[in-house]
Unconditional design. Structure first.
Length: 144
């Protein structure tokens, strides 16, 4: 049994302008989009407050690995963001491969019959991408 049971997991889709957030249910089975926040100087404190408020046990950040499996400039940005965030929170911060999550988010929104106006909302796309990253993590971690 996972030692983090009965607490939520926070999923993050990092962007240099916006950061999409998703939360698991307490049983860590289902990921749901939570919100999108602007990337600014207070982002680390804002995420730390969410970690406390929502009783988060683990943070999962989407890591943009290149199609060849290597790091890119964006990968390095995510690693720096993760390092700074780790200084502000008292929970583990882990990575999850996020290749294709933005495209998957749009496809999911289409499948859900989301109105075209909402599908153009980059914040909603970021939030959905965070949920996809988190659900992928839950699916793999839940099997361990």
């Amino acid at each position: 049994m996972n030692e983090h049971r009965a607490k939520r997991i926070l999923g993050i889709d990092f962007g240099s302008r916006r950061v999409g957030l998703a939360l698991s249910d307490p049983s860590q089975t289902i990921a749901t989009g939570y919100k999108t926040i602007q990337f600014n100087n207070s982002i680390y404190d804002e995420i730390a407050a969410i970690v406390d408020l929502k009783e988060v046990a683990v943070i999962v950040i989407g890591l943009p690995i290149s199609l060849k499996g290597g790091d890119s400039q964006k990968t390095e940005e995510v690693r720096r963001f993760s390092a700074e965030l780790s200084k502000k929170v008292n929970v583990p911060v882990v990575f999850q491969d996020e290749r294709f999550t933005s495209k998957d988010a749009i496809a999911t929104m289409i499948a859900m019959n989301t109105k075209q106006k909402q599908r153009r909302d980059k914040g909603k796309i970021d939030e959905m991408a965070a949920a996809i990253i988190l659900q992928s993590y839950l699916n793999t971690e839940g099997k361990r």
